[in-house]
Design a protein around this ligand. Sequence first.
Ligand SMILES: C[S@@+](CC[C@H](N)C(=O)[O-])C[C@H]1O[C@@H](n2cnc3c(N)ncnc32)[C@H](O)[C@@H]1O
Length: 223
Amino acid sequence: MIVTNPVYEPDQYWEARGGDSYRVYTESPGYRHYREAQFDFFQKLIEELKPARLLDFGCGSGKLFPSWTAVPEVHAYDRARSQIEIARAEAARLRPGNPYRIMHCLTPERTVTPYDDEFFDLIVVAEVLLHVVPGDIDLLVDELHRICRGHLAIVVPAPFDNPAPHCFDHDYASLCQNRFTITDDHCLHNQRYLAARKITADQNQAKQPMPQAKEAHHAVVSP
Ligand SMILES: C[S@@+](CC[C@H](N)C(=O)[O-])C[C@H]1O[C@@H](n2cnc3c(N)ncnc32)[C@H](O)[C@@H]1O
C-alpha cells in the first residue's frame, strides 16, 4: 500500500485526534455555519431519497447523527476507536430506544469494509475523503460503490487550500466516473456538496460502444 506522505499515517493520526478534541472543534462557534449547512443539506437529501438503510462512513464523533433521526436503520463506521466511543454515546443520547449499529473495525486494508454488497441505500462520507491518501482513494471509492445500492453523498472543503499533511485534493468528478452519476454538486461556506446515484454494472455495460461489426469472411469455395 502506498502512503505518499510519511508524516501522515491515517489510523494513528485519527486515533490520536479522538477523545473529545474533534468534537470540541466541530462544536466551536467558528464551525457553526458548516454544521448548519451540512444539517440542511442532509435534511433535504433524506426527505428526497427516504433511505431505509444509511451508512455514516467515517462518522468520527457522530456530529452528523442528528441528521439521521428519521432514517429507520443507521450504520456508522470509523477506523478510530477513540472517535467511535464518543459516537456511541452520542447515538445513545439521541435515540436511546433505537441504537445505531456503530462499528469500529480495523480491517487490515484501509480500503476494505465489513459490509455486504449493495447493502446501503445512502452512504454519507462527510469530511472524510480529503483525508484518504492518494494511494488508497481509488480503491476506497470502489469499495463504497460495492456496498452501495442507491446513493452516495460527499462533503469536502472547496476550494481546497489546506497544505496540512493529512489533507489531499482529490478529483471527485473523476472518482465518480463509471461508478456514480453526480446529481448535485454545489458549494456553500467553503464546502463542496456532492450527491450521486450508483451506476450499476448493467448500466455500465449498456454504455459500452457497440462492438464493430466484423468484416464478413466469405468462404472461398474451390471450383
Ligand atoms: C474529519 S473526521 C469527519 C468525521 C465526521 N464524518 C464528521 O463530519 O464530523 C474524519 C473521520 O474519518 C475517519 N476515516 C478516515 N479514513 C477512514 C477510512 N479509510 N475508513 C473509515 N474511517 C476513516 C477518521 O477516523 C475520522 O474519524
